[in-house]
Design a protein around this ligand. Structure first.
Ligand SMILES: Nc1ncnc2c1ncn2[C@@H]1O[C@H](COP(=O)(O)OP(=O)(O)OP(=O)(O)O)[C@@H](O)[C@H]1O
Length: 606
């Protein structure tokens, strides 16, 4: 019998329905006394994690060998789980943990439980008294020019929330002023310590990727130039450095155990994390464990963006448990001078910690891209299509995705990328790359990034007479796909290969230290970047974006993916895909199973 299961699992691996790890885990379970349903459940848990879930939700589906029907019925599964030595209750040390309708790999149960426990402690800390005077119009810190008399200045409220609590989330789309808010918040924290004769807080900034960290520094510097009245005594305590979260908590190459944890906490009074939507469950759990007891954690990000490719969507879950700008009555009272309208009462313990900024200061409020993004977030495919069809030149919609149309897309892209071949100036080539991008919803298939990269390379080679089989050529744009701290190149960095006067090929990047050239052989992992996936584009912005949808609907096409793709554009968006596929995508939400929201809800009943 067991051999049958092993054979079936192996067949699933051979047919690429299952990963080798799933078969290995099922085999391990059988060898360690697990029954067949338990072996299949263990493999299914590993698969759930690989698919981005924190656990296997038994309420959604019974465990199955991928591509087959559930392995057994619910009763048989219950009996198997209850009688197995491999399955334990929360807190037990067993490979699988059963908690209500959720089945976890032990490690993921621990991440989730510890994250929730630390967050609950942060939430339970006595709120600080905040003098709202500095945040009001007369305080002079926040520009009230754009806010109507009967409107709430949500940036000021976000600063209030982060000053009042040890844990705060400031969510907002591109240009909604997250950096603007955080700079003023840092100023208030530093000034209040200096006034009290205390040491100013040690503030550390970090982001999930090196590139996002570099952008954080860039925005902070730019924001500081807009604060000419900032006293020098305060300015010197505002950090002008940011690193990856891995680096912050001391996770090195080849280890997943951080140097900083409960026993060796981080030296930081305030930790500010940007692009927090990209932080997965294990990393978020390690981050909160590394905080000292008195530290303040501020997460910045966009609740509507795609989550990390790894398991968990912590930011989105915390935000959705909090709702959009609703406070408990106690907090409404404390924030009353800042709130224009009475708001709906919330009884979620998270509500007081989350503020959503909704006004972009980079685009006009009623810009077509802003309206399209809002319709996508509302799941309103019909309105999204109407905006897309009627907003040229900001947005254009190409619903004819036939072969000719795809050929034209490749042809037009190749035409534009000729500019990289026509220049020998790295600055000009890099600016050109910042100005436009072809974003693909998927990696494989006729409209996937792999195919489009290949086709554009071939077309350029034909037009410009080079051999497309040569990996390196003058004008090749590349994206780094792995951090290389020594080289100072990070996952997501985009560079361009140019031939210098002596005829040598060098790859140029705009880094913190200005333009730098690398030997092609010295680059960390990388790939051509005429077209990239929406996932890879997170944290980047371009003037002009073409978002290419697949020709067939697919469960990975979600509202979050479409939103992330279109909000990468600063000026224009071209949508390439059928109306049906676009609306189907807008209606589909990323669904990730986890127990985090339930655990946080429990906090209110403690
Ligand atoms: N209240 C405001 N009054 C005037 N200008 C503002 C205000 N808020 C933000 N801005 C300006 O809008 C621009 C975008 O703000 P900021 O960089 O803080 O946004 P962000 O949310 O951090 O954006 P991103 O997510 O793209 O990094 C900046 O130039 C900033 O100075």
């Amino acid at each position: 019998m067991s051999d049958t299961l092993r054979t079936r699992m192996q067949r699933a691996v051979d047919e690429r329905r299952a990963a080798p790890l799933e078969a290995a885990l099922a085999d391990w379970a059988l060898r360690h006394g697990g029954s067949q349903p338990v072996a299949v459940a263990l493999a299914a848990c590993a698969r759930a994690v690989a698919d981005g879930h924190s656990c296997l939700s038994l309420a959604h589906a019974l465990p199955a060998i991928p591509g087959e029907h559930p392995f057994c019925d619910r009763d048989e599964l219950e009996r198997a789980l209850q009688s197995s030595e491999l399955v334990g209750a929360p807190g037990e040390s067993r490979p699988l943990i059963r908690e209500e309708e959720r089945l976890y790999l032990h490690r993921y149960w621990t991440y989730e439980a510890r994250l929730a426990e630390r967050l609950r402690r942060l939430l339970a800390a006595e709120p600080d008294r905040v003098d709202t005077a500095a945040l009001q119009p007369d305080g002079g810190l926040f520009d009230y020019g754009w806010v109507g008399d009967d409107e709430t200045h949500w940036q000021a409220v976000a600063a209030f929330v982060a000053l009042r609590h040890r844990f705060a989330v400031i969510s907002g789309g591109p240009g909604t002023g997250k950096t603007y808010t955080v700079l003023r918040l840092m100023r208030l924290l530093i000034e209040s310590a200096l006034r009290a004769g205390e040491a100013p807080p040690l503030i550390r900034m970090a982001a999930p990727t090196g590139k996002a960290a570099a952008r954080m520094v860039e925005s902070t510097r730019a924001g500081l130039t807009e604060m000419p009245d900032l006293p020098e005594a305060v300015r010197t305590h505002i950090p002008l450095e940011a690193g990856t979260l891995h680096r912050l908590i001391g996770i090195g190459y080849g280890t997943t155990r951080p140097r900083h944890d409960r026993d060796n906490p981080l030296a930081a009074d305030v930790v500010i994390v940007d692009e927090a939507s990209m932080v997965d469950l294990p990393l978020m759990a390690k981050l909160v464990e590394a905080l000292s007891d008195q530290a303040r954690l501020i997460l910045l990000g966009d609740r509507y963006q795609l989550a990390s490719v790894e398991s968990g969507s912590v930011l989105a879950e915390l935000c959705s448990a909090a709702g959009v700008n609703r406070f408990t009555s106690a907090q409404q009272e404390a924030a009353a001078p800042l709130l224009a309208d009475p708001m709906e009462n919330s009884d979620s313990p998270l509500a007081d910690h989350v503020v959503t900024l909704q006004t972009s200061h980079r685009f006009q409020a009623d810009s077509p891209i802003g309206r399209l993004a809002a319709a996508v977030n509302d799941g309103d495919g019909e309105t999204a299509l109407a905006i897309a069809a009627d907003s040229a030149p900001d947005i254009t919609l190409n619903t004819d995705t036939g072969g000719d149309s795809l050929d034209e897309l490749v042809e037009a892209a190749a035409e534009r990328y000729q500019a990289l071949i026509d220049t020998t100036e790295p600055q000009i080539a890099l600016e050109h790359l910042q100005s436009q991008c072809l974003l693909c919803a998927v990696r494989h298939g006729p409209t996937g990034s792999v195919t489009l990269n290949r086709r554009i390379t071939e077309r350029l080679a034909q037009q410009r007479g080079f051999d497309p089989r040569h990996v390196w050529y003058h004008g090749r744009p590349v994206m780094v796909t792995r951090n290389d701290y020594r080289a100072g190149l990070y996952n997501g960095d985009i560079g361009v290969c140019l031939r210098d006067e002596e005829g040598h090929l060098r790859v140029w990047f705009a880094t913190d230290e200005g333009l730098r050239a690398f030997l092609p052989t010295a680059l960390p992992d990388h790939e051509s970047v005429y077209a990239i996936t929406v996932h890879k584009s997170q944290g980047s912005e371009f003037d002009h974006v073409t978002l290419v949808l697949p020709l067939e609907d697919n469960k990975l096409l979600t509202r979050e993916l479409i939103y992330t793709g279109i909000t990468r554009a600063r000026m224009t968006v071209r949508l390439f895909g059928s109306g049906e596929i676009l609306t189907a995508a807008i209606q589909r939400r990323i669904e990730r199973h986890s127990g985090l929201s339930d655990r946080m809800r429990e906090a209110s009943h403690e």
